[in-house]
Design a binder for this molecule. Structure first.
Ligand code: ADP
Length: 483
Protein backbone atom coordinates (compact mmCIF):
# COMPACT_ATOMS: atom_id res chain seq x y z
CA UNK A 1 0.00 0.00 0.00
CA UNK A 2 1.58 3.27 -1.10
CA UNK A 3 -1.06 5.67 0.18
CA UNK A 4 -0.48 6.94 3.70
CA UNK A 5 -3.81 7.58 5.32
CA UNK A 6 -3.93 9.85 8.31
CA UNK A 7 -6.44 12.13 10.03
CA UNK A 8 -7.10 15.21 7.89
CA UNK A 9 -6.87 18.82 9.01
CA UNK A 10 -7.62 22.22 7.53
CA UNK A 11 -4.86 24.06 5.69
CA UNK A 12 -4.94 27.76 6.55
CA UNK A 13 -2.03 30.12 5.92
CA UNK A 14 0.27 27.13 5.30
CA UNK A 15 -0.52 25.64 8.71
CA UNK A 16 -2.46 22.50 9.44
CA UNK A 17 -5.12 23.10 12.07
CA UNK A 18 -8.31 21.74 13.58
CA UNK A 19 -11.72 23.30 12.95
CA UNK A 20 -12.66 26.00 15.43
CA UNK A 21 -15.56 23.83 16.58
CA UNK A 22 -13.19 20.90 17.14
CA UNK A 23 -15.56 18.73 15.07
CA UNK A 24 -14.37 15.96 12.78
CA UNK A 25 -16.22 13.83 10.24
CA UNK A 26 -15.65 10.36 8.86
CA UNK A 27 -14.56 9.59 5.33
CA UNK A 28 -15.32 6.12 3.98
CA UNK A 29 -14.00 3.75 1.37
CA UNK A 30 -17.06 3.11 -0.83
CA UNK A 31 -15.71 -0.27 -1.95
CA UNK A 32 -15.64 -1.67 1.59
CA UNK A 33 -17.94 0.72 3.49
CA UNK A 34 -15.15 1.06 6.07
CA UNK A 35 -14.03 4.33 7.60
CA UNK A 36 -10.75 5.44 6.04
CA UNK A 37 -10.01 8.49 8.16
CA UNK A 38 -11.53 11.34 10.08
CA UNK A 39 -11.16 14.87 8.81
CA UNK A 40 -11.53 18.24 10.53
CA UNK A 41 -14.98 19.65 9.73
CA UNK A 42 -14.67 23.24 8.57
CA UNK A 43 -17.54 25.68 8.97
CA UNK A 44 -18.15 29.43 8.62
CA UNK A 45 -15.53 30.58 11.20
CA UNK A 46 -12.88 28.43 9.50
CA UNK A 47 -13.81 29.71 6.05
CA UNK A 48 -13.51 33.19 7.50
CA UNK A 49 -10.00 32.48 8.81
CA UNK A 50 -9.08 31.02 5.43
CA UNK A 51 -10.41 34.08 3.58
CA UNK A 52 -8.46 36.41 5.89
CA UNK A 53 -5.27 34.48 5.08
CA UNK A 54 -6.06 34.47 1.36
CA UNK A 55 -6.81 38.20 1.39
CA UNK A 56 -3.56 39.00 3.15
CA UNK A 57 -1.65 36.81 0.70
CA UNK A 58 -3.35 38.52 -2.22
CA UNK A 59 -2.83 42.11 -1.07
CA UNK A 60 0.49 41.94 0.75
CA UNK A 61 2.23 38.62 0.44
CA UNK A 62 5.14 37.68 -1.76
CA UNK A 63 2.62 36.17 -4.21
CA UNK A 64 1.61 39.62 -5.38
CA UNK A 65 5.16 40.81 -5.90
CA UNK A 66 6.40 37.64 -7.51
CA UNK A 67 6.84 37.67 -11.29
CA UNK A 68 4.43 35.60 -13.33
CA UNK A 69 7.33 33.45 -14.45
CA UNK A 70 8.21 32.64 -10.84
CA UNK A 71 4.59 31.70 -10.19
CA UNK A 72 4.88 29.39 -13.17
CA UNK A 73 8.06 27.90 -11.70
CA UNK A 74 6.25 27.01 -8.48
CA UNK A 75 3.49 25.37 -10.52
CA UNK A 76 6.05 23.38 -12.51
CA UNK A 77 7.71 22.28 -9.29
CA UNK A 78 4.32 21.23 -7.96
CA UNK A 79 3.51 19.28 -11.14
CA UNK A 80 6.87 17.51 -10.71
CA UNK A 81 5.95 16.53 -7.16
CA UNK A 82 2.60 15.18 -8.35
CA UNK A 83 4.45 13.11 -10.90
CA UNK A 84 6.88 11.81 -8.28
CA UNK A 85 3.98 10.80 -6.03
CA UNK A 86 1.58 9.68 -8.75
CA UNK A 87 1.20 6.05 -7.61
CA UNK A 88 0.43 7.05 -4.06
CA UNK A 89 -2.04 9.73 -5.19
CA UNK A 90 -3.76 7.31 -7.57
CA UNK A 91 -4.18 4.79 -4.79
CA UNK A 92 -5.50 7.38 -2.34
CA UNK A 93 -8.02 8.60 -4.92
CA UNK A 94 -9.16 5.05 -5.60
CA UNK A 95 -9.52 4.28 -1.89
CA UNK A 96 -11.59 7.38 -1.22
CA UNK A 97 -13.70 7.53 -4.38
CA UNK A 98 -14.09 3.86 -5.40
CA UNK A 99 -12.93 4.34 -8.99
CA UNK A 100 -10.67 1.63 -10.45
CA UNK A 101 -6.93 2.06 -10.09
CA UNK A 102 -6.47 1.63 -13.85
CA UNK A 103 -8.52 4.78 -14.37
CA UNK A 104 -6.82 6.81 -11.63
CA UNK A 105 -3.41 5.89 -13.04
CA UNK A 106 -4.36 6.25 -16.72
CA UNK A 107 -6.76 9.19 -16.59
CA UNK A 108 -7.01 11.14 -13.32
CA UNK A 109 -3.31 11.45 -12.57
CA UNK A 110 -2.02 12.22 -16.10
CA UNK A 111 -4.80 14.77 -16.65
CA UNK A 112 -4.17 16.38 -13.25
CA UNK A 113 -0.44 16.72 -13.90
CA UNK A 114 -1.12 18.00 -17.45
CA UNK A 115 -3.41 20.72 -16.13
CA UNK A 116 -0.78 22.06 -13.73
CA UNK A 117 1.96 21.90 -16.36
CA UNK A 118 -0.26 23.69 -18.86
CA UNK A 119 -1.03 26.53 -16.43
CA UNK A 120 2.60 26.67 -15.27
CA UNK A 121 3.50 27.44 -18.88
CA UNK A 122 0.64 29.88 -19.32
CA UNK A 123 1.37 31.96 -16.20
CA UNK A 124 3.74 34.40 -17.94
CA UNK A 125 1.68 34.65 -21.13
CA UNK A 126 -1.29 36.47 -19.67
CA UNK A 127 -1.45 40.06 -20.85
CA UNK A 128 -3.64 42.95 -21.91
CA UNK A 129 -3.88 44.69 -25.28
CA UNK A 130 -3.03 48.02 -26.83
CA UNK A 131 -6.15 49.47 -28.44
CA UNK A 132 -6.59 52.01 -31.22
CA UNK A 133 -8.94 54.71 -29.87
CA UNK A 134 -10.24 58.02 -31.19
CA UNK A 135 -8.41 61.18 -30.14
CA UNK A 136 -4.91 61.70 -28.95
CA UNK A 137 -4.85 59.01 -26.34
CA UNK A 138 -2.90 55.91 -25.64
CA UNK A 139 -5.22 53.16 -24.41
CA UNK A 140 -4.19 49.82 -23.09
CA UNK A 141 -5.69 47.08 -20.94
CA UNK A 142 -4.30 45.31 -17.91
CA UNK A 143 -5.43 41.78 -17.21
CA UNK A 144 -5.40 41.51 -13.43
CA UNK A 145 -6.18 38.58 -11.12
CA UNK A 146 -9.79 38.33 -9.93
CA UNK A 147 -8.65 38.36 -6.29
CA UNK A 148 -9.59 35.90 -3.56
CA UNK A 149 -11.46 33.00 -5.12
CA UNK A 150 -13.62 30.34 -3.51
CA UNK A 151 -13.62 26.96 -5.23
CA UNK A 152 -16.17 24.30 -4.38
CA UNK A 153 -15.54 20.94 -5.99
CA UNK A 154 -17.36 17.60 -6.27
CA UNK A 155 -16.51 14.01 -5.36
CA UNK A 156 -16.44 12.33 -8.79
CA UNK A 157 -12.97 13.54 -9.86
CA UNK A 158 -11.57 14.99 -6.63
CA UNK A 159 -7.99 15.51 -7.83
CA UNK A 160 -8.79 16.53 -11.36
CA UNK A 161 -11.44 19.04 -10.33
CA UNK A 162 -8.97 20.55 -7.87
CA UNK A 163 -6.46 20.82 -10.73
CA UNK A 164 -8.92 22.46 -13.15
CA UNK A 165 -9.69 25.03 -10.48
CA UNK A 166 -6.29 25.63 -8.84
CA UNK A 167 -4.24 25.66 -12.07
CA UNK A 168 -5.73 28.77 -13.70
CA UNK A 169 -6.35 30.54 -10.36
CA UNK A 170 -2.67 30.26 -9.41
CA UNK A 171 -1.40 31.04 -12.92
CA UNK A 172 -3.32 34.33 -12.88
CA UNK A 173 -2.12 35.29 -9.38
CA UNK A 174 -5.33 34.76 -7.44
CA UNK A 175 -5.40 33.31 -3.94
CA UNK A 176 -7.75 30.48 -3.08
CA UNK A 177 -10.07 28.94 -0.51
CA UNK A 178 -10.75 25.41 -1.74
CA UNK A 179 -13.66 23.39 -0.36
CA UNK A 180 -13.39 19.72 -1.35
CA UNK A 181 -16.46 17.50 -1.31
CA UNK A 182 -17.20 15.98 2.10
CA UNK A 183 -17.13 12.46 0.60
CA UNK A 184 -13.64 12.80 -0.90
CA UNK A 185 -11.34 15.30 0.82
CA UNK A 186 -8.23 13.09 1.13
CA UNK A 187 -6.40 13.78 -2.13
CA UNK A 188 -7.07 17.52 -1.89
CA UNK A 189 -5.39 17.48 1.53
CA UNK A 190 -2.44 15.58 0.10
CA UNK A 191 -2.25 18.23 -2.64
CA UNK A 192 -1.99 20.78 0.17
CA UNK A 193 1.11 19.03 1.55
CA UNK A 194 2.70 18.96 -1.88
CA UNK A 195 1.88 22.64 -2.47
CA UNK A 196 3.80 23.47 0.71
CA UNK A 197 6.68 21.30 -0.49
CA UNK A 198 6.66 23.16 -3.82
CA UNK A 199 7.20 26.43 -1.95
CA UNK A 200 3.82 28.11 -2.24
CA UNK A 201 3.78 31.19 0.03
CA UNK A 202 1.44 31.22 3.07
CA UNK A 203 -2.24 31.93 2.45
CA UNK A 204 -2.15 31.40 -1.32
CA UNK A 205 -4.06 28.11 -1.16
CA UNK A 206 -6.21 27.35 1.86
CA UNK A 207 -8.14 24.09 2.04
CA UNK A 208 -11.27 23.80 4.17
CA UNK A 209 -12.98 20.41 4.05
CA UNK A 210 -16.54 20.39 5.33
CA UNK A 211 -20.14 19.96 4.27
CA UNK A 212 -21.97 21.85 1.54
CA UNK A 213 -24.68 23.71 3.46
CA UNK A 214 -22.14 24.84 6.11
CA UNK A 215 -18.60 25.26 4.76
CA UNK A 216 -19.70 25.45 1.10
CA UNK A 217 -22.40 28.00 1.79
CA UNK A 218 -19.96 30.05 3.90
CA UNK A 219 -17.72 30.30 0.82
CA UNK A 220 -20.58 31.27 -1.51
CA UNK A 221 -21.86 33.88 0.96
CA UNK A 222 -18.57 35.35 2.10
CA UNK A 223 -18.36 39.12 1.73
CA UNK A 224 -14.65 39.12 0.99
CA UNK A 225 -14.47 36.47 -1.71
CA UNK A 226 -14.30 38.05 -5.17
CA UNK A 227 -15.24 35.04 -7.24
CA UNK A 228 -16.69 31.59 -6.67
CA UNK A 229 -16.14 28.65 -9.01
CA UNK A 230 -18.37 25.65 -8.51
CA UNK A 231 -18.64 22.18 -10.01
CA UNK A 232 -21.54 20.00 -8.91
CA UNK A 233 -25.25 19.53 -9.33
CA UNK A 234 -27.50 22.04 -11.10
CA UNK A 235 -29.64 22.44 -7.97
CA UNK A 236 -26.68 23.42 -5.82
CA UNK A 237 -25.34 25.60 -8.65
CA UNK A 238 -28.52 27.65 -8.47
CA UNK A 239 -28.09 28.03 -4.71
CA UNK A 240 -24.49 29.17 -5.17
CA UNK A 241 -25.56 31.84 -7.65
CA UNK A 242 -28.30 33.02 -5.32
CA UNK A 243 -25.92 33.23 -2.35
CA UNK A 244 -23.37 35.09 -4.47
CA UNK A 245 -26.04 37.58 -5.56
CA UNK A 246 -27.41 38.09 -2.06
CA UNK A 247 -24.00 38.66 -0.47
CA UNK A 248 -21.45 40.74 -2.38
CA UNK A 249 -22.35 39.97 -5.99
CA UNK A 250 -19.17 37.93 -6.37
CA UNK A 251 -18.50 36.59 -9.83
CA UNK A 252 -19.72 33.07 -10.44
CA UNK A 253 -18.77 30.24 -12.77
CA UNK A 254 -20.69 26.99 -12.75
CA UNK A 255 -20.00 23.57 -14.24
CA UNK A 256 -23.16 21.58 -13.57
CA UNK A 257 -25.11 18.52 -14.61
CA UNK A 258 -25.63 16.91 -17.98
CA UNK A 259 -27.74 14.43 -19.91
CA UNK A 260 -25.61 14.06 -22.98
CA UNK A 261 -26.89 12.57 -26.23
CA UNK A 262 -24.52 10.01 -27.68
CA UNK A 263 -25.72 9.66 -31.28
CA UNK A 264 -25.16 6.53 -33.33
CA UNK A 265 -25.83 6.89 -37.06
CA UNK A 266 -26.27 3.72 -39.12
CA UNK A 267 -23.26 4.60 -41.28
CA UNK A 268 -20.78 4.60 -38.38
CA UNK A 269 -18.13 2.02 -37.51
CA UNK A 270 -20.43 0.06 -35.22
CA UNK A 271 -17.73 -1.62 -33.14
CA UNK A 272 -15.97 1.68 -32.50
CA UNK A 273 -19.31 3.23 -31.55
CA UNK A 274 -20.09 0.40 -29.13
CA UNK A 275 -16.71 1.09 -27.52
CA UNK A 276 -17.61 4.77 -27.41
CA UNK A 277 -20.98 4.08 -25.84
CA UNK A 278 -19.31 1.92 -23.18
CA UNK A 279 -16.73 4.64 -22.48
CA UNK A 280 -19.45 7.24 -22.53
CA UNK A 281 -21.55 5.73 -19.78
CA UNK A 282 -19.39 3.36 -17.74
CA UNK A 283 -16.22 5.44 -17.36
CA UNK A 284 -15.92 6.42 -13.69
CA UNK A 285 -19.02 4.30 -12.88
CA UNK A 286 -21.09 6.81 -14.84
CA UNK A 287 -20.37 9.49 -12.23
CA UNK A 288 -19.44 11.92 -14.94
CA UNK A 289 -21.32 15.13 -15.74
CA UNK A 290 -20.66 14.63 -19.46
CA UNK A 291 -21.69 10.93 -19.45
CA UNK A 292 -23.37 9.80 -22.69
CA UNK A 293 -26.54 8.77 -20.88
CA UNK A 294 -28.99 9.18 -23.76
CA UNK A 295 -27.99 6.80 -26.47
CA UNK A 296 -29.78 7.78 -29.69
CA UNK A 297 -29.44 4.91 -32.17
CA UNK A 298 -30.60 5.05 -35.78
CA UNK A 299 -33.44 2.57 -36.05
CA UNK A 300 -32.00 0.29 -38.71
CA UNK A 301 -28.91 -0.60 -36.64
CA UNK A 302 -30.48 -0.53 -33.21
CA UNK A 303 -30.87 -4.25 -32.76
CA UNK A 304 -27.32 -5.06 -33.84
CA UNK A 305 -25.90 -2.22 -31.75
CA UNK A 306 -27.74 -3.09 -28.56
CA UNK A 307 -26.93 -6.76 -28.82
CA UNK A 308 -23.20 -5.90 -29.00
CA UNK A 309 -23.54 -3.36 -26.21
CA UNK A 310 -25.31 -5.88 -23.97
CA UNK A 311 -22.54 -8.46 -24.49
CA UNK A 312 -19.83 -5.92 -23.73
CA UNK A 313 -21.64 -4.56 -20.68
CA UNK A 314 -21.96 -8.06 -19.28
CA UNK A 315 -18.25 -8.70 -19.81
CA UNK A 316 -17.21 -5.60 -17.92
CA UNK A 317 -15.20 -6.48 -14.81
CA UNK A 318 -16.82 -4.82 -11.80
CA UNK A 319 -15.06 -5.28 -8.48
CA UNK A 320 -12.17 -4.38 -6.19
CA UNK A 321 -11.03 -0.93 -7.36
CA UNK A 322 -7.45 -1.65 -6.27
CA UNK A 323 -7.18 -4.67 -8.56
CA UNK A 324 -5.50 -3.49 -11.79
CA UNK A 325 -7.79 -5.73 -13.87
CA UNK A 326 -10.96 -4.07 -12.56
CA UNK A 327 -12.80 -1.99 -15.15
CA UNK A 328 -15.56 -0.52 -13.02
CA UNK A 329 -15.40 0.20 -9.30
CA UNK A 330 -17.83 1.33 -6.62
CA UNK A 331 -20.17 4.30 -6.68
CA UNK A 332 -18.71 7.03 -4.51
CA UNK A 333 -21.22 6.98 -1.64
CA UNK A 334 -24.18 5.16 -0.14
CA UNK A 335 -26.38 8.11 -1.09
CA UNK A 336 -25.36 7.91 -4.72
CA UNK A 337 -25.74 4.12 -4.76
CA UNK A 338 -29.33 4.37 -3.50
CA UNK A 339 -30.14 7.23 -5.83
CA UNK A 340 -29.03 5.19 -8.85
CA UNK A 341 -30.96 2.10 -7.74
CA UNK A 342 -33.97 4.40 -7.29
CA UNK A 343 -33.68 5.53 -10.92
CA UNK A 344 -33.39 1.94 -12.09
CA UNK A 345 -36.63 1.13 -10.28
CA UNK A 346 -38.27 4.21 -11.77
CA UNK A 347 -37.16 3.16 -15.26
CA UNK A 348 -38.79 -0.23 -14.81
CA UNK A 349 -41.94 1.31 -13.29
CA UNK A 350 -42.24 3.69 -16.22
CA UNK A 351 -42.16 0.77 -18.64
CA UNK A 352 -38.60 0.77 -19.96
CA UNK A 353 -37.13 -2.66 -20.71
CA UNK A 354 -34.07 -3.67 -18.74
CA UNK A 355 -31.62 -5.18 -21.20
CA UNK A 356 -28.90 -5.94 -18.70
CA UNK A 357 -27.73 -5.04 -15.19
CA UNK A 358 -30.18 -3.18 -13.03
CA UNK A 359 -28.98 -4.30 -9.60
CA UNK A 360 -26.20 -4.14 -7.05
CA UNK A 361 -23.10 -6.08 -8.08
CA UNK A 362 -21.81 -7.12 -4.64
CA UNK A 363 -22.89 -7.85 -1.09
CA UNK A 364 -20.63 -5.20 0.34
CA UNK A 365 -19.57 -1.88 -1.13
CA UNK A 366 -21.55 0.37 -3.44
CA UNK A 367 -21.18 -1.61 -6.67
CA UNK A 368 -23.81 -1.50 -9.42
CA UNK A 369 -23.88 -3.64 -12.56
CA UNK A 370 -23.50 -1.87 -15.90
CA UNK A 371 -27.11 -1.20 -16.83
CA UNK A 372 -28.76 -0.73 -20.22
CA UNK A 373 -32.42 0.18 -20.70
CA UNK A 374 -34.16 -0.30 -24.04
CA UNK A 375 -37.64 0.88 -24.99
CA UNK A 376 -37.08 4.26 -23.36
CA UNK A 377 -39.17 7.25 -24.42
CA UNK A 378 -38.10 10.89 -24.24
CA UNK A 379 -40.59 11.62 -21.45
CA UNK A 380 -39.32 9.03 -18.97
CA UNK A 381 -37.36 10.23 -15.96
CA UNK A 382 -34.38 8.05 -16.96
CA UNK A 383 -34.23 9.94 -20.29
CA UNK A 384 -34.58 13.40 -18.77
CA UNK A 385 -32.86 13.45 -15.37
CA UNK A 386 -29.20 13.11 -14.58
CA UNK A 387 -28.67 9.71 -12.90
CA UNK A 388 -24.91 10.00 -12.43
CA UNK A 389 -24.42 6.27 -12.54
CA UNK A 390 -23.75 3.37 -14.92
CA UNK A 391 -27.22 3.47 -16.46
CA UNK A 392 -27.79 4.22 -20.13
CA UNK A 393 -31.14 4.83 -21.85
CA UNK A 394 -31.38 3.63 -25.45
CA UNK A 395 -33.65 5.68 -27.73
CA UNK A 396 -34.12 5.24 -31.46
CA UNK A 397 -34.50 7.77 -34.28
CA UNK A 398 -35.40 7.72 -37.97
CA UNK A 399 -34.16 11.01 -39.40
CA UNK A 400 -31.72 13.77 -38.60
CA UNK A 401 -34.19 16.62 -38.09
CA UNK A 402 -36.23 14.70 -35.57
CA UNK A 403 -33.00 13.61 -33.90
CA UNK A 404 -31.58 17.13 -33.58
CA UNK A 405 -34.77 18.41 -31.99
CA UNK A 406 -34.91 15.52 -29.50
CA UNK A 407 -31.19 15.62 -28.68
CA UNK A 408 -31.54 19.32 -27.83
CA UNK A 409 -34.76 18.81 -25.90
CA UNK A 410 -33.09 18.89 -22.48
CA UNK A 411 -32.39 21.48 -19.81
CA UNK A 412 -28.71 20.50 -20.04
CA UNK A 413 -26.02 21.15 -22.64
CA UNK A 414 -22.64 19.97 -21.51
CA UNK A 415 -21.55 17.53 -24.19
CA UNK A 416 -22.58 15.19 -27.00
CA UNK A 417 -21.15 12.31 -29.01
CA UNK A 418 -21.70 11.77 -32.75
CA UNK A 419 -20.79 8.53 -34.54
CA UNK A 420 -20.84 8.57 -38.35
CA UNK A 421 -18.52 8.13 -41.32
CA UNK A 422 -20.25 11.01 -43.12
CA UNK A 423 -18.04 14.01 -42.44
CA UNK A 424 -20.66 16.56 -43.51
CA UNK A 425 -23.26 15.09 -41.21
CA UNK A 426 -20.78 15.02 -38.34
CA UNK A 427 -19.99 18.74 -38.66
CA UNK A 428 -23.63 19.61 -39.13
CA UNK A 429 -24.42 17.89 -35.84
CA UNK A 430 -21.47 19.61 -34.14
CA UNK A 431 -23.03 22.91 -35.14
CA UNK A 432 -26.60 22.09 -34.23
CA UNK A 433 -26.22 20.37 -30.88
CA UNK A 434 -26.40 22.90 -28.07
CA UNK A 435 -23.55 21.73 -25.87
CA UNK A 436 -20.10 22.88 -24.79
CA UNK A 437 -18.20 19.84 -26.08
CA UNK A 438 -18.91 17.67 -29.12
CA UNK A 439 -17.02 14.44 -29.60
CA UNK A 440 -17.05 13.06 -33.17
CA UNK A 441 -16.20 9.35 -33.39
CA UNK A 442 -14.73 9.53 -29.89
CA UNK A 443 -15.95 10.18 -26.36
CA UNK A 444 -14.57 11.57 -23.09
CA UNK A 445 -11.50 13.15 -24.68
CA UNK A 446 -9.91 15.81 -22.48
CA UNK A 447 -6.87 17.99 -22.72
CA UNK A 448 -5.76 20.92 -20.58
CA UNK A 449 -5.71 23.07 -23.74
CA UNK A 450 -9.32 22.42 -24.76
CA UNK A 451 -12.20 24.27 -23.04
CA UNK A 452 -14.88 22.50 -21.05
CA UNK A 453 -18.21 23.86 -19.83
CA UNK A 454 -21.89 24.00 -20.45
CA UNK A 455 -24.76 25.53 -22.36
CA UNK A 456 -28.15 26.07 -20.68
CA UNK A 457 -28.49 24.63 -17.17
CA UNK A 458 -25.18 22.83 -17.45
CA UNK A 459 -23.70 26.13 -16.31
CA UNK A 460 -21.57 28.91 -17.71
CA UNK A 461 -17.93 29.85 -17.98
CA UNK A 462 -15.32 27.65 -19.61
CA UNK A 463 -12.67 25.81 -17.68
CA UNK A 464 -9.33 24.72 -19.15
CA UNK A 465 -7.25 26.23 -21.90
CA UNK A 466 -6.87 29.95 -22.28
CA UNK A 467 -10.61 30.22 -21.79
CA UNK A 468 -10.27 29.68 -18.04
CA UNK A 469 -8.23 32.88 -17.79
CA UNK A 470 -11.47 34.80 -18.31
CA UNK A 471 -12.79 33.25 -15.10
CA UNK A 472 -9.85 34.28 -12.95
CA UNK A 473 -8.89 37.68 -14.33
CA UNK A 474 -10.49 41.05 -14.77
CA UNK A 475 -9.69 43.65 -17.36
CA UNK A 476 -8.77 47.23 -16.57
CA UNK A 477 -8.75 49.92 -19.27
CA UNK A 478 -6.06 52.59 -18.88
CA UNK A 479 -6.19 55.93 -20.77
CA UNK A 480 -3.20 58.22 -21.17
CA UNK A 481 -3.57 61.69 -22.67
CA UNK A 482 -0.79 62.18 -25.21
CA UNK A 483 -1.02 65.99 -25.46
P1 ADP B 1 -23.89 16.00 -5.64
O1 ADP B 1 -25.32 16.38 -5.57
O2 ADP B 1 -23.50 15.39 -6.91
O3 ADP B 1 -23.36 15.33 -4.40
P2 ADP B 1 -23.31 18.59 -4.94
O4 ADP B 1 -23.61 19.61 -5.96
O5 ADP B 1 -24.23 18.39 -3.80
O6 ADP B 1 -23.07 17.29 -5.72
O7 ADP B 1 -21.87 18.78 -4.32
C1 ADP B 1 -20.79 19.38 -4.98
C2 ADP B 1 -20.07 20.28 -4.01
O8 ADP B 1 -20.98 21.28 -3.57
C3 ADP B 1 -19.56 19.59 -2.73
O9 ADP B 1 -18.31 20.17 -2.37
C4 ADP B 1 -20.63 19.95 -1.72
O10 ADP B 1 -20.15 19.97 -0.40
C5 ADP B 1 -21.01 21.35 -2.17
N1 ADP B 1 -22.34 21.77 -1.73
C6 ADP B 1 -23.45 21.01 -1.56
N2 ADP B 1 -24.48 21.75 -1.11
C7 ADP B 1 -24.03 23.02 -0.99
C8 ADP B 1 -24.61 24.26 -0.56
N3 ADP B 1 -25.86 24.33 -0.16
N4 ADP B 1 -23.83 25.36 -0.59
C9 ADP B 1 -22.54 25.30 -1.00
N5 ADP B 1 -21.94 24.18 -1.40
C10 ADP B 1 -22.64 23.04 -1.40
Amino acid sequence: MKAKIKPGKLLINNEWCEAQSGKRFEVTNPATEEVLATVAEGDAPDVDRAVTAARRAFEEGPWKKMSARDRGRILYRFAGLLDKNRDELAELETLNNGKPIRETTQADLPLTIDAFEYYAGLADKIHGDTLPVNGNYFNYTLREPAGVVGQIIPWNFPLLMAAWKLGPALATGCTVVLKPAEQTPLTALRLGELLLEAGLPPGVVNIVPGFGPTAGAAVARHMDIDKVAFTGSTDVGKLIMKMAAESNLKRVSLELGGKAPNIIFADCDIDAAVNGAMQGIFFNQGEVCCAGSRLFIEEKVKEEFLSKLKTRAEQKLVGDPLDPRTEMGAQASAEQFHKILGYIKKGKDEGARLLTGGEAAAERGYFIKPTVFDGVTDEMAIAREEIFGPVVSALSFKNIDELTRRANNTIYGLSAGVWTRDIGKAHRMAKEIKAGTIWINCYNCFDAASPFGGFKQSGFGRELGKYALELYTQVKSVWVAMD
